[in-house]
Design a protein around this ligand. Structure first.
Ligand code: MG
Length: 458
């Protein structure tokens, strides 16, 4: 089984056809060889293949003389936080995030709560391909231990970082939908500790994801939306499979786009922060930039992927950051996604302002966003993107700025368009946004026509 090992974040493959246990053992050997010594904290999400892959990885790692501590099924951010707070050398999370249940995958974490950078992944891949692994003698094989307090420790740290008394005084009603994923072991307990009345749906760990699609998108959150409305709840909270993402639903059942929630957190953080820089990915709404500017800050854009946001926050000492898909980073806590602190912050803002979540979001406008994808064979993607560098700005007209940190982004007088080749599928994605439906439709049509013309020509 071959192909490129690493995608946007770590390894993500279909079990059986793209990934097997031999790869897991060898990845374990490669990781042990890369680290040379120390102890790796390992955890997994609820996928059916998780325990088996964890066992194979563990065998590979200890064969190099490096130790493994197993933390069972916990959310990805809890693993990242625990690596740092308990002083492990590195972390390994066995998860395919929000992908369908047949996928498996592995994310790697450094000792500083940050995911492995693309550079570190390349070195790991080089060792994996070379097969030049460390081999420990029979009397120096790594040992295997377990850690059972990771979730408790994480919850305690979260409670310290929000005004829990203010939240408790309100007795909010919250519906939690962990989507049968790793958040089942944390979010309902955390929200209960904040004095909220919690009802959990899809709350049993199940690697088949029987309740809904693992990706917390509006189309798959119908049950949560209905439940929030029917029970007059104050807030709905939904996670993906490994729970590094969170999506919030207002009291009236509106699913709030992540970039608008980033704007809410950023504006709040900017009030007291020396740093004025907010970091987000190229696909976030202009609404975010405008809200941040009004609050006296500035935004910096990165390629998509939470590690890209984390790296940039570290570099520019950013105050807050995130991705529109529901990733939120609070650098004063740590540099992994923090869907749980995000949940606490939403409740805290509601408690302190006396406003409902819908009212809080009402201060941040919504611009219509449209997306489409065009089939392009993987081998043609690079030449299509190259040809578009000139062809797309020419077709669009009124170009203010061309942004090339990830794909081809074009800022227009009114709105923007982003054209990006997918990292996982044979498609090129077009995303555009503008202040009105009419304009966004026109941008999408123009961009689509330009991309199709190039695709047919190369
Ligand atoms: Mg995820």
């Amino acid at each position: 089984m071959g192909g490129k090992l690493f995608g946007t974040t770590g390894v993500r493959k279909i079990y059986g056809t793209e990934f097997d246990l031999e790869m897991a053992v060898n990845l374990g050997k490669a990781l042990g060889t890369y680290l040379k010594e120390g102890t790796i904290l390992m955890a997994r999400d609820a996928r059916t293949t998780g325990r088996m892959v964890a066992d194979a990885l563990t065998a590979g790692i200890v064969s190099t003389g490096v130790n493994v501590t197993r933390a069972g099924i916990i959310p990805t951010p809890t693993l990242a936080y625990s690596v740092d707070v308990f002083g492990y050398t590195a972390g390994v999370m066995i998860t395919a995030s929000h992908n369908p249940p047949e996928y498996t995958g592995i994310k790697f974490w450094g000792g500083d709560t940050m995911g492995f950078t693309p550079e570190m992944e390349r070195e790991l891949e080089r060792i994996y391909i070379s097969k030049e692994y460390l081999i420990a003698e029979w009397d120096s094989i790594g040992n295997v231990n377990s850690l059972e307090t990771a979730v408790d420790q994480h919850i305690a740290a979260l409670l310290e970082r929000c005004d829990h008394d203010a939240i408790r005084s309100k007795t909010f009603r919250v519906i939690v939908d962990p989507g049968n994923g790793a958040a089942c072991v944390l979010t309902p307990y955390l929200i209960q500790k904040l004095g909220c009345k919690v009802v959990t749906i899809n709350g049993q760990l199940d690697g088949h994801f029987p309740g809904r699609k693992s990706e917390p998108e509006e189309e798959s959150l119908g049950d949560l939306i209905r439940m929030v409305k029917e029970t007059n709840a104050d807030l709905g909270i939904a996670h993906d499979g490994d729970s590094d993402r969170v999506v919030f639903v207002t009291e009236s059942g509106e699913v709030v786009r992540g970039d608008r929630t980033i704007a809410l957190f950023a504006v709040d953080a900017l009030r007291e922060s020396v740093s004025k820089t907010v970091v987000t990915t190229v696909d976030s709404s202009k609404v975010l930039d405008e809200a941040v500017e009004r609050a006296g800050g500035n935004t910096v854009r990165t390629p998509v992927g939470d590690i890209q946001v984390a790296m940039k926050i570290k570099e520019v000492e950013g105050v807050h950051g995130g991705e529109a898909c529901g990733v939120f980073l609070f650098p004063e806590f740590h540099l992994a996604p923090e869907p749980f602190l995000a949940s606490c912050k939403v409740l805290e803002l509601m408690a302190k302002t006396g406003k409902s979540f819908g009212q809080l979001m009402g201060d941040i406008p919504i611009y219509p966003l449209m997306k489409t994808k065009i089939s392009v064979p993987n081998e043609k993607k690079a030449s299509v993107m190259k040809a578009l560098t000139d062809a797309l700005p020419e077709a669009m007209g009124d170009v203010n700025e061309v942004i090339t940190v990830d794909g081809l982004g074009i800022s227009l007088d009114q709105g923007w368009v982003l054209v990006r080749p997918s990292g996982t599928e044979p498609v090129i994605r077009i995303t555009c946004e503008a202040p009105s439906q009419e304009i966004v439709q026109r941008i999408l049509d123009t961009a689509k026509e330009a991309v199709l013309k190039v695709v047919n020509a190369v």
